[in-house]
Design a protein around this ligand. Structure first.
Ligand code: MSP
Length: 514
C-alpha cells in the first residue's frame, strides 16, 4: 500500500477559527479521503501553532497565562474538526513535549554542524508578522505596509541559520522539480523571489522580549523563532513512526508560501539531512467584498453558524465546488444558497426522493432488474463512463470544482432521463413492454444515483452514507469496484423517504451597520 502523508498548516491560537481555517481542513480532508479511496495508506495531520508573540500578547490582553489561553483556543480549533467531519489521524500542538523534543534535536544538530551562528542584529521588527524587515519591505513613500502592524527599530544579539548558503541548491531543486508547488504559477513566484539574495534567517528571540517559545538547547536565554518551531510540526508529529515521513503534500494558504514554506522549510530539511516533501499546495483566500477574511479585519465568517444552519456536508460541498484550488473566491450567502438549492436540494435531493417514491409506488420498495435497454439508457450509460473516466484525473490534479460540476451534470442528466421515461405514465399501462420499461427506468435511476453518490462520498460522507442506507445498499471496500454500472442494486429494499437538504429558512436581514 502506498503511504500518503498529508498536512494542513497549523493555526495560530490567537483567535477563534473562521471560514479560511475551515476551508483548509475540508480541502485537505477531501484529498485525504480521495487518496484513501484510491487505496493509499493515508496519514492526515492537522493542529495548532501555540507559541510566539501573537499568542503571548492575546493571553496578556485576557490577563491569563499563555498556556491557559492556548489550551482554551486550541480546544475550539479541535472541536471544529468533528463538526466538519474531518478524518485526521493526528492533531499536534506545538506545546506538546513530542514536538518540543524534536525542535530541540533539529536545532542542536544544525548548531553542531555549524549551520547556526550568533550575531548582532540591528533593524526593524514587525510584531504582528513576527518578522524582521528590511528597507525593501517599505512602501514607496517610506511607510510600512499595513500587514506589518506596528514596526519597531531594534538592536539585539540573536542566532542565525545559514539560509543564504542554500539559495543555489534551492533554485536547482525547484528547477528540477517544477511541480513542487501547486498551482504552478506560484512556483514561478518563488523563483522570482529567489532572484534576490537571501538573508540568513534569525531563528531566536531573546527571552526577555518573548518568553513564550521553545528555549534554544544551546542557549537558554533565547527562545526559538515561531516559524522555525512551527514548520517542524510536520516532521515532529511522525518522527517516531517509521515510513511516514516525508509528507506527500503540505496544504497551506498562499500567504504563508513565500518565504516560510517554499524557502525556509525545504532548506531546513535539506540542512538537517531529511528528505523533502512531495510538494506544497497553496490555496487561495476566501474573500468578503474583495478583502481577505481574517480575524484582524473583523470580517471573518464563523463556519459553525453555516454548519448549524445547513449541515457539514452542504458546507463542505459548497467550499469545494466553489473554489478553484489556488484561486481566491468571494464568499456570499447568496451564492451559497444558489448552489445549495439548485445542486444539492434540486439535482441530488430530488433524485433521491423520486427514486424512493417511485420504487415504493411501482415496485413495492424493491429495486427491480433492468429489462429493455434503449437509447435513453444507453446515453446515460455513456455519460456515466465519461464522467467516471474524467473524474479520477481531475481529482488527482486537485480540480475538485470541475469534478463536482461533472457529477452534478450527470445527476441533472439522470433527472432529465426520468422526465423522458416518465415512469408515472408507464405505471398506468398494463402493456408488457411498458411494464418492462418501467422496471428499466426504476433500475436505471437507482443505479445512476448510487454511482453519482460514489463520486460525491469524499466530499459529502454523511449524505452518501444516508443515501446508500435508504437504497438498502452497503458499498464494498474497494471504491474503484463501486464505479461499474452493473445493476448491483437489484433486490435492494428502499426506504420511503429521506429529507437531505431541507429548504432553508428565509435569510435573516443583515443588521444595518451603525
Ligand atoms: N500558524 C501559521 C501557520 C504555520 S504552518 C507551519 C498561520 N496560521 S493562521 O492561523 O494565520 O493561518 C492558518 C491557515 O489558514 C493558513 O494556511 C492560512 O493561509 C489559512 N487562512 C487564513 N485566512 C484565510 C482565508 N481568508 N482564506 C483561506 N485561507 C486562509 O499562518
Amino acid at each position: 500500500m502506498k503511504s500518503f502523508y498529508i498536512t494542513t498548516a497549523i493555526d495560530y491560537v490567537n483567535g477563534s477559527p473562521h471560514l479560511g481555517h475551515a476551508y483548509e481542513k475540508v480541502l485537505t480532508d477531501v484529498i485525504a479521503r480521495f487518496r484513501r479511496q484510491m487505496g493509499d495508506k493515508v496519514h492526515f495531520l492537522t493542529g495548532v501553532d501555540e507559541h510566539g508573540q501573537k499568542v503571548q500578547q492575546s493571553a496578556k490582553v485576557r490577563g491569563i497565562p499563555p498556556q491557559q489561553f492556548a489550551d482554551e483556543v486550541s480546544a475550539e480549533f479541535r472541536a471544529l474538526l468533528p463538526k466538519l467531519n474531518i478524518s485526521n489521524d493526528d492533531f499536534i500542538r506545538t506545546t506538546e513535549e513530542r514536538h518540543k523534543k524534536v525542535v530541540r534535536q533539529v536545532l542542536q544538530q544544525l548548531f553542531d554542524k555549524g549551520e547556526i551562528y550568533k550575531a548582532e542584529y540591528q533593524g526593524f521588527y514587525s510584531a504582528r508578522q513576527e518578522q524582521f524587515l528590511q528597507e525593501k519591505d517599505r512602501n514607496p513613500d517610506g511607510s510600512w505596509p499595513e500587514i506589518y502592524g506596528e514596526v519597531t527599530s531594534i538592536a539585539e544579539s540573536n542566532y542565525f541559520f545559514k539560509l543564504r548558503g542554500y539559495q543555489e541548491w534551492l533554485v536547482q531543486f525547484l528547477t528540477k522539480n517544477e511541480n513542487f508547488i501547486f498551482p504552478r504559477f506560484r512556483q514561478k513566484q518563488v523563483m522570482e523571489f529567489l532572484k534576490d539574495p537571501l538573508n540568513d534567517l534569525c531563528i531566536s528571540r531573546p527571552r526577555e522580549r518573548l518568553a513564550w517559545g521553545i528555549p534554544l538547547p544551546f542557549d537558554e536565554d533565547y527562545v526559538t523563532y515561531v516559524w522555525f518551531d512551527a514548520l517542524i510540526n510536520y516532521y515532529s508529529a511522525v518522527a517516531d513512526q517509521p515510513g511516514v515521513w516525508p509528507a506527500a503534500w503540505h496544504v497551506i494558504g498562499k500567504d504563508i508560501l513565500v518565504p516560510p514554506h517554499a524557502v525556509y522549510w525545504p532548506i531546513m530539511l535539506h540542512a538537517a539531512g531529511l528528505p523533502l516533501p512531495g510538494g506544497i499546495i497553496a490555496h487561495g483566500w476566501w474573500l468578503q467584498r474583495g478583502a481577505k477574511m481574517s480575524k484582524s479585519l473583523g470580517n471573518a465568517l464563523n463556519p459553525l453558524d453555516l454548519i448549524a444552519e445547513f449541515g457539514a456536508d452542504a458546507f463542505r460541498y459548497f467550499v469545494i465546488r466553489e473554489m478553484n484550488v489556488g484561486q481566491d473566491s468571494e464568499f456570499t450567502r447568496e451564492q451559497f444558497l444558489v448552489r445549495y438549492n439548485s445542486e444539492l436540494a434540486n439535482s441530488l435531493g430530488n433524485l433521491v426522493n423520486r427514486t424512493l417514491n417511485m420504487t415504493a409506488r411501482f415496485a413495492q420498495g424493491v429495486i427491480p432488474a433492468a429489462g429493455l435497454v434503449e437509447d435513453p439508457e444507453k446515453e446515460l450509460h455513456a455519460l456515466w463512463t465519461k464522467t467516471r473516466d474524467e473524474f479520477i484525473p481531475l481529482c488527482e490534479g486537485f480540480q475538485f470544482h470541475t469534478a463536482l460540476e461533472h457529477v452534478m451534470g450527470f445527476l441533472t442528466a439522470t433527472n432529465a432521463y426520468i422526465e423522458k421515461r416518465a415512469p408515472w405514465k408507464l405505471g398506468k399501462s398494463a402493456e408488457p413492454r411498458d411494464q418492462e420499461l418501467l422496471r428499466t427506468s426504476l433500475a436505471t435511476m437507482a443505479e445512476a444515483l448510487r454511482l453519482g453518490v460514489a463520486l460525491l462520498e469524499f466530499v459529502m460522507p454523511a449524505s452518501a452514507a444516508k443515501i446508500n442506507g435508504v437504497l438498502g445498499y452497503a458499498p464494498g471496500n474497494i471504491w474503484k469496484d463501486e464505479l461499474a454500472w452493473d445493476g448491483r442494486l437489484t433486490g435492494c429494499k428502499t426506504a420511503e423517504a429521506l429529507v437531505l437538504f431541507p429548504r432553508p429558512q428565509p435569510a435573516a436581514k443583515p443588521a444595518t451597520p451603525s
